[in-house]
Write a protein that binds this ligand. Structure first.
Ligand code: WQD
Length: 342
């Protein structure tokens, strides 16, 4: 049987590389598109080492519609997973146009090409950020979205709505939005992982860089929240588990089993973990101590958000499996490999 091919935009990025590996291991072919604006060609080489063969790479900016058209001309596929986007919440506050321009134009180009070339399936990377400060926890897919508090978050909401509209209007189009909670960890080979440029915004990269001595001290943003230990609660999902959720969603789209033409799934573990818990578990799992201090709350942080994953469990037949301590070990193994620490 011919292998199904999946186009993976942003396939050299953190979640894109892990998803490319999971797709190939599940028997799909992938075509990666990336312009390396926030990633390295070495990441694709990491994917190739893990799967033991070459991976098709198109160095194209998805904002360049004619270049993107070339990709559609050269490759036959029914499904796109669209990861390519900027993702720094803070930067999106100071440079909103950069975010609206890049994240929405690239996405519209992908959708237009899918429509024009009659390619049916669109899988979009959404985010738990769409729930904002939710009134009920854990959040289900029915929990109302809150008005976005950053241009980054707004692009996720707008993109969900665009996909919904397209799937309603264009009979041949089907869409799934996966709402990721907090993706962490790295591939167990330590050949791929998260490599933020500059000072990390996210907790786990800041932790591993502190452990590596690149950052002097980790700041815990807020210790007076109305939570068990006063620090924020999040749902930290292993990136390899997250990658498998994409494989399950692709399988659902290609099998023709979708009940509606547009569906949404939460992708998390269902377990809330506090910032302090995460720090302690990282220390224990890796046998080291972190230098950290409590500081003021960070603007825009919600006190708590975690997923109700029933829908993904039942409909996608997917659930998070990896143990948090193993995940935190994988984060440190990856950081050590990148920094040449033995
Ligand atoms: C987690 C917790 C911080 C850094 C954001 C986006 C989301 C998604 C992932 C990205 C919070 C605390 C953090 C630090 C800390 N998109 N923290 N010290 O804010 O839940 O989600 O990133 O592509 O859309 O909103 O993730 O990792 O930044 O923070 O205390 O140095 O860690 O306050 O409670 P967040 P995060």
């Amino acid at each position: 049987m011919m292998k199904e091919t999946v186009l993976v935009s942003g396939g050299a990025g953190y979640i894109g590389t892990h998803t490319a590996v999971a797709l190939i291991e599940a028997g799909y072919d992938v075509v990666i598109i990336d312009n390396f604006s926030n990633s390295e060609p070495a990441a694709v080489e990491g994917v190739e080492k893990i799967v033991g063969r070459k991976v098709c790479l198109e160095e194209v900016d998805t904002c360049d519609k004619e270049a993107l058209r070339g990709v559609f001309e050269r490759h036959q596929f029914n499904t796109v997973i669209h990861f390519a986007a900027y993702k720094a919440v803070g930067e999106s506050m100071s440079e909103p146009l950069k975010y609206y321009q890049n994240n929405l134009v690239s996405y519209m180009n992908i959708l237009e090409m899918m429509k024009e070339y009659g390619r049916p399936n669109v899988l979009f990377s959404s985010s738990a950020t769409v729930y904002g400060d939710a009134e009920q926890l854990p959040v289900t897919e029915q929990t109302p979205r809150q008005p976005a508090t950053s241009p980054y978050g707004n692009t996720k909401q707008i993109a969900e709505d665009i996909l919904h509209d397209c799937c309603r209007a264009y009979e041949g189009m089907r869409g799934i939005a996966l709402r990721y909670f907090n993706p962490i960890g790295a591939h167990q080979s330590a050949l791929i992982g998260e490599l933020p440029r500059g000072v990390p915004n996210n907790l786990v990269p800041f932790i591993t860089q502190t452990a590596a001595g690149i950052r002097e001290c980790l700041s815990v943003f807020g210790s007076d929240y109305d939570t068990p230990d006063g620090t924020c609660l999040r749902d930290y999902i292993d990136v390899n588990d997250l990658a498998k959720a994409h494989v399950a969603a692709v399988a659902r789209m290609t099998s023709g089993k979708m009940e509606q033409r547009y569906e949404i799934f939460n992708v998390g573990t269902g377990n809330p973990v506090s910032v302090l818990d995460l720090i302690t578990r990282f220390e224990k799992a890796n046998g080291l101590k972190l230098n950290y201090k409590m500081v003021e709350r960070r603007a825009g942080d919600v006190p708590a958000v975690w997923a109700d994953t029933t829908l993904a469990n039942e409909v996608l037949g997917w659930k998070a499996e990896r143990d948090l301590d193993d995940t935190l070990r994988s984060s440190w193994e990856w950081e050590k490999r990148v920094r040449n620490i033995s």
